[in-house]
Design a protein around this ligand. Structure first.
Ligand code: HEM
Length: 407
């Protein structure tokens, strides 16, 4: 007879990943179990490959701050959620999926464009865009689908404003991001969608070479393409990832936040009574929703010990941001939406060297777009039964497919 201590250690069964949200404003319920019982847990990805997931706040931050956690998409164990993503990513090498020193080179080029000062200077332009889009939505009459008409239109218009790209391509950008961000897209579909984007950007770059303006694309052309610091494919990949990373995320945050506020008039009343609460409210919404939950994909380049366990060398790991942002050790009553949290050091924008470069811009967009809706469309309401709101369960960031509203 064997005593319990002598029994062979049973490896825990791997769960299928991603897990599905049951409440759109909270992580999948199993994250709480994982945090409590298996802080470093094995999973099977949709590609059939194995990986680990990490769910505790402390572990997520340690992992993302560790230089041995590689973001290099060319590594065979890279835990991509779709085949297309890895194959195309390994070819195009967007800087979000590279390591130092390569990553540092791109990050240094872009950082001056995303400082608090530069983003603050964009506020009047963002406000003007948002006002125009509210006018257009109202003029079109109710019921209206909030996602393309407002959430996507705001995020895409802001990126176009930043880069100096004409705004007539809203739908085109939406399709590119939808295809390149879907787990079900094949490498061919991703390549084709990005090829269309790159063709459009190449024309714009050629025009800027002849006649530069006062925008991000012109500055990248003048300071980095003309000097030979960046090749054309490198510039295309950098601008492409900025568009992709900045559009879908902000669209989803804006649509989900609006749905939450429609369900919680008490929170809207708080914001109406004290508009200065808006920045704290935006950060709390970012924490609660944690829409970019499984964006930080890494490979352990060495064995990495974190408080919750060991990540074995050459194996993939996903730092689950929603797990960290709902860790009760860090956030009291994490499920509560509380615009008055005394400290809110959430990781909705990631952590470490890859932490979202566009975070100040994202906050600005959300503050202006939500604040303007509350002020200008006080009668906004859902125009379909709650159960019919369609969510994006299969895209890189969680969001809403369609949200019918009236006013
Ligand atoms: C609510 C909106 C947003 C959320 C939740 C979000 C989330 C994130 C997260 C979690 C990462 C880190 C990925 C990792 O560690 O692997 C990231 C990186 C990045 N984000 Fe955002 N993002 C948002 C908006 C934006 C915007 C508006 C832009 C640009 C206009 C942007 C551009 C980028 C870029 C270029 C990176 C890569 C940074 C690097 O690797 O150094 N994001 N974002």
């Amino acid at each position: 007879m064997t005593t319990p201590a002598e029994q062979p250690h049973e490896a825990p069964a791997a769960r299928d990943f991603p897990l599905r949200r049951t409440c759109p404003f909270a992580p999948p319920a199993a994250y709480a179990e994982l945090r409590a019982e298996q802080p470093v847990a094995p999973v099977t990805l949709p590609t059939g490959r194995p990986a680990w997931v990490v769910t505790r706040y402390e572990d997520v931050r340690e992992l993302l701050a560790d230089p041995r956690a590689s973001a290099d998409i060319r590594r065979p164990a890279f835990p991509a959620l779709g085949e297309g993503e890895q194959e195309v990513g390994a070819r195009l090498r967007p800087f979000i999926r590279t390591d130092a020193p390569e990553h540092t080179r791109y990050r240094r080029m872009l950082l001056p464009e995303f400082t608090v000062r530069r983003v603050r200077a964009m506020r009047p332009a963002v406000q003007a865009l948002v006002d125009e889009l509210v006018d257009t939505m109202l003029a079109g009459g109710a019921p209206a689908d909030f996602v393309p008409l407002y959430a996507n239109a705001v995020s895409t218009s802001v990126i176009c404003e930043l880069l100096g790209i004409p705004r007539e391509n809203l739908e085109f950008f939406r399709d590119v991001t939808r295809i390149s961000g879907s787990r079900h897209s094949t490498a061919e579909q991703v390549s084709e969608a990005l090829g269309g984007l790159f063709a459009l950007l190449t024309d714009l770059i050629r025009a800027r070479e002849k006649d530069p303006g006062d925008d991000l694309l012109s500055r990248l052309v003048v300071q980095h393409l003309r000097t030979g610091a960046l090749t054309l494919p490198e510039l295309l990949s950098t601008v492409g990832i900025t568009i992709n990373a900045g559009r879908e995320t902000s669209t989803n945050m804006l649509a989900l936040s609006t749905l939450l506020l429609l369900r919680r008039p008490d929170l809207v009343a708080e914001l109406r009574a004290d508009p200065a609460l808006m920045p704290a409210a935006v950060d709390e919404l970012l924490r609660v929703m944690s829409i970019a939950d499984s964006i930080p994909l890494r490979v352990a380049a060495e064995d990495i010990d974190i408080p919750g366990g060991t990540l074995p060398r050459d194996e993939g790991v996903i730092a689950l941001l929603a797990g960290a942002n709902h860790d009760p050790e860090q956030f009291a009553h994490p499920e509560r939406v509380d615009f008055h949290r005394p400290s809110n050091h959430h990781v909705a924008f990631g952590y470490g060297v890859h932490q979202c470069i566009g975070q100040h811009l994202a906050r600005l967009e959300l503050e202006v777009a939500l604040g303007t809706l509350i002020r200008r469309v006080p009668t906004l309401r859902l125009a379909e039964p709650d159960a019919e709101v369609a969510f994006k369960h299969d895209s890189a960031t969680f969001g809403i497919e369609r949200l019918m509203v009236a006013w």
